[in-house]
Design a protein. Structure first.
Length: 546
């Protein structure tokens, strides 16, 4: 005799006809948890006692005890330097990349942290404003030796130039200033008096100035360090011989990051990648304030989002996705992928255990190592996906799965499990979140909207799970049996040809077979709801068959 038996449970695959689903898949899965492949309730977020203004759009954990809160969507990364004594944090803003550190992030009162920060990089040439506030060259004056030699030997004449760099209290060094006027030394033992100009206001705490001069060392012309001086110093007399010069200037190409960079990602080897327009930029390895123009590459379409996996950077654009790969900033190359899967939401791109997933117009796509694949093709079709408003998706890593908040109010969510290939929906959402990889806890906005909360740690939520459709030649099932835990908190509905014929409300199941009212129909389903755990469901034509 026919019977229906379900002992494992999974989410939905809306694109597949309800009658063609595999036994464990559902036609509705709301607020469900599938631990141990059983059917159970998901938990609501629980407040952690940290207030959260409705204006906050991004949260980020600092030093495992402070919360950074931003009133706009913000990319945040920690310093790539191991054990950075300054504890620096880099983040996007409306006026370019900014940096804060462990000496300035706090402030008095109730202001959101970081209270203080400054523009990243030292714009010594003021390229952002076409040089309107660029620093001036160093002034030079040659001092002849005393006494002046009676014979001028042209063979010992020397021509040199000077430049200087500015250095912050954290050791961040700028690119070089404009060249000084040409200096001609006709006599050995001449000295040069250097006068530093007044410096315009600049980002960061500039504390020192380094003066370099041109020289030929080891047969190679370069600039070499003459002296490092406190920033308040105005003049210095250079009397050094060439052999007394020390390290060469290595910051010739250092420039601050472009002020229009809107997204950043930390790659391997301490490289920060950033993007604006169709430009992808890279910092010097482990030198986040230095972004040479020579390291910029381009994409065919404007960049929407980026995410790194090791030394590989996945870039989602308004057209083809592209990847960039390399072990050092000067050796990175790009490749346009063949799949035409645009990225429709910047904050949908997440690394899920080395699988980079983002929202496209057709569904969730994942970078598999060579190209991107439409992961949800067997699950949702184009119309179903568009009904979910994919451009609103903000996604996070949670428990090895892709958790997405979506909708214009971001008040609902779904989980996509790449391993099982199914969707489970929830009627709770958040407009911000942060996954603490040390603890596995996902922090979100509370249901009340004014607190921070820990995801899936509160009270059980009422779930609903509806089975696939089972078809037959007008079968008449007369017995239902449900096995599980806390069954007093579980209810069940039996549906025939799409209509509920009986509702076994909470407290009626009791872990024993129950009679189903006499009914024949082509299509049969059951729907489980409540907060208890269900392990096994059977519909049969007799008690002996359950």
């Amino acid at each position: 005799m026919p019977s229906i038996k379900v002992g494992t449970y999974r989410g939905t695959r809306p694109t597949i006809s309800p009658r063609l689903l595999e036994n464990e898949f559902s036609t509705m899965a709301l607020n469900c948890d599938f631990k141990e492949k059983n059917l159970g309730p998901y938990r609501a977020p629980v407040d952690i006692g940290e207030s959260l203004s409705p204006r906050i759009k991004t949260i980020w954990r600092y030093q495992e005890q402070y919360w950074f809160k931003f009133e706009r969507k913000t990319d945040v990364i920690a310093s790539p330097l191991a054990s950075d004594p300054w504890g620096r944090v880099y983040f996007t803003s409306k006026d370019g990349l900014r940096v804060t550190n462990n000496t300035i992030f706090q402030g008095g009162g109730t202001a959101n942290m970081p209270v203080n920060s400054h523009r990243l990089g030292i714009d010594i040439l003021d390229e952002e404003h076409n040089g309107a506030n660029a620093v001036k060259p160093i002034l030079v004056k040659v001092n002849k030796p005393n006494p002046v030699p009676s014979v001028d030997d042209p063979a010992d004449d020397e021509t040199r130039f000077y430049v200087y760099t500015l250095v912050t209290d954290q050791g961040e060094e700028s690119g070089p200033s404009p060249l000084s006027p040409q200096v001609e030394l006709k006599y050995p033992n001449s000295t040069v008096t250097l006068t530093l100009p007044a410096f315009p206001p600049m980002a960061g705490n500039i504390t020192k100035v380094r003066i370099y001069r041109s020289s030929t060392g080891g047969g190679e012309a370069d600039f070499y360090l003459v002296v490092e001086l406190p920033i308040a110093t105005k003049t210095y007399k250079d009397s050094l011989k060439d052999y007394q010069l020390t390290k060469p200037l290595i910051t010739e190409t250092y420039e601050p990051p472009h002020p229009k960079i809107h997204t950043i990602s930390l790659m391997a080897n301490g490289i920060i990648a950033g993007a604006y327009g169709n430009n992808v930029c890279f910092s010097e390895p482990y030198i986040p304030h230095a972004w040479p123009k020579g390291y910029q590459l381009t994409t065919e379409y404007d960049v929407v989002a980026m995410c790194s996996v090791g030394n590989l950077l996945v870039v989602g654009t308004k057209g083809y996705p592209e990847i960039f790969q390399g072990v050092s900033s000067d050796a990175i190359s790009g490749r346009k992928l063949e799949s035409m899967q645009a990225c429709v939401s910047k904050h949908s791109m997440v690394n899920i255990d080395s699988l980079v997933i983002y929202a496209s117009p057709h569904g969730l796509v994942g970078f598999t190592g060579q190209d991107v694949t439409l992961l949800t093709e067997p699950i949702v079709d184009y119309e179903q996906w568009q009904a979910m408003d994919p451009s609103t998706i903000e996604a996070y890593y949670y428990d090895g799965k892709y958790l997405a908040f979506y909708g214009q109010s971001l008040n609902k969510s779904f989980i996509f499990d790449p391993r099982n290939g199914d969707l489970t929906f929830y009627d709770v959402g958040s407009n911000c979140g942060y996954t603490d990889l040390n603890t596995g806890v996902l922090y979100v906005r509370s249901i009340s909207g004014t607190e921070m909360a820990a995801w899936n740690t509160g009270d059980y939520m009422e779930y609903v799970w509806r089975s696939k459709e089972y078809y037959g030649l007008n079968p008449a099932f007369n017995t239902i049996y449900i096995q599980g835990k806390n069954l007093q908190e579980v209810g069940a509905r039996v549906l025939v040809d799409g209509s509920v014929i009986y509702d076994y409300q909470k407290g009626m199941l009791g872990g024993r077979p129950l009679r189903i009212p006499a009914k024949r129909g082509v299509s049969w389903q059951f729907e489980i709801y409540g907060t208890g755990v269900v392990e096994y469901v059977s519909l049969a034509t007799s008690v002996a068959e359950v």
